[in-house]
Ligand binder design. Structure first.
Ligand code: PHE
Length: 360
């Protein structure tokens, strides 16, 4: 019996000492688990005489129940303590005065990217992504721009370094978001409806050009998607983005190797009094490039051009941000001047949504 007494003392002490649920479980296993000390003792009952079994068995059962009860009580105590602790940690005084607006702001490029994404999401476009360091094939060849094509020179490409003796064409900093068209087609196949916002790079620098800027690509492929769908989509976008009741777009025949036919799109505007006003007037302002995706481009994307067709467009995010928010100099976007950022930046709570209003 002293044997059981010492087991009792040991385990009740260990239960009392357990500081958390994990330790308590260890104690339970050591006592009552399959290989626990008390369980092993129970098993020894088989080898006893019936008289011994009766007394020892009853004592063992009592001990087991006692430890079990202690374990449960301790578990409840630990749970209560944990809950108290959590409640104390999450305590919130809702009567405190509000904190002042944080000093940081959302950059206009981020804000406009969110706005564009919200508008196209509303029209069923998902967001696709691709790398900024791109292979020469995705940036050019797959888009029907072969190595000697003059368009390669026009892109003012930044080339990445290759090791001495490595003759493969160097990777490039993507010069447009169009390579994401190819990646998205390869990943998803047709039908597909995506936009791809992101950074692009060209060796250029003046008031309206920076070596890094942002574009958003659009791609919609289906059985019979046409130029008419392109026109409606872009008009709908411009109305929502520029928050105008009426917009007028002009499609001007143009050329891109990756679309056929191709069109540059202008928006009606006026410069009266030296300020730009979109939606009315006698002037036109170019805002994007577009067209019907070239069959070779569909092929490069793994899509059968005899069965599928669609449109693509590419638009400068910084450019439409400048137009919408009246920001005169593109270079200021990337100078991290705090005064500029506070003036043109957005508050963290200004989450654009089509239903809730894009800008406030
Ligand atoms: N990639 C073109 C550019 O950067 C824009 C474009 C995209 C034109 C898709 C047509 C279709 O100028």
């Amino acid at each position: 019996m002293t044997d059981l007494d010492s087991l009792r003392t040991t385990y009740l002490a260990r239960v009392a000492d357990a500081a958390d649920a994990g330790m308590l479980e260890e104690v339970r296993l050591a006592a009552l688990g399959k290989k626990g000390e008390i369980s092993l003792k129970m098993r020894e009952l088989g080898r006893m005489t019936p008289e011994e079994r009766q007394t020892t068995g009853a004592a063992l059962n009592r001990l087991k129940d006692e430890i079990d009860a202690a374990l449960r009580a301790k578990k409840t105590a630990l749970d209560d303590a944990a809950l108290d602790e959590r409640l104390r940690g999450e305590w919130l005084d809702v009567t405190l005065p509000g904190r002042p607006r944080p000093a940081g702001t959302i950059h206009p490029v981020s804000q406009v990217t969110e706005e564009v994404t919200a508008i196209f999401a509303d029209m069923g476009f998902a967001v696709a992504e691709g790398p900024q360091v791109e292979s020469d094939w995705f940036n050019f060849d797959a888009l029907n721009i072969p190595p000697e094509h003059p368009a390669r020179q026009e892109h003012d490409t930044f080339f990445m370094h290759r090791a001495e003796g490595d003759d493969r064409p160097p990777h490039v900093l993507r010069t447009h978001t169009s390579p994401v068209q190819i990646r998205a087609m390869q990943e998803t196949g047709a039908p597909i409806r995506v936009i791809a916002p992101g950074r692009v790079y060209r060796m250029d620098m003046d008031q309206t050009h920076t070596p890094m800027f942002h574009q958003v690509e659009g791609l919609a492929i289906g059985r019979d998607i046409s130029m008419a769908n392109l026109k409606w989509t872009l008009e709908e976008f411009c109305r929502a983005f520029f928050e105008l009741d009426e917009v007028e777009l002009r499609f001007r025949a143009s050329h891109f190797p990756f679309t056929e036919p191709s069109a540059e799109v202008d928006i009606r505007c006026s410069w009266e009094g030296g300020t730009l006003k979109l939606g009315q007037g006698d002037s036109w302002l170019e805002i994007l490039g577009s067209g019907m995706v070239h069959p070779k481009v569909l092929q490069a994307g793994g899509i059968d051009p005899t069965k599928w067709q669609g449109f693509a467009f590419g638009m400068g995010i910084d450019r439409i941000a400048m137009l919408k928010y009246g920001i005169p100099d593109l270079r200021a976007f990337f100078e991290s001047d705090l005064r500029w950022l506070r003036h043109y930046g957005f508050a963290a709570g200004d989450v654009p949504s089509v239903a809730g209003g894009l800008s406030r």
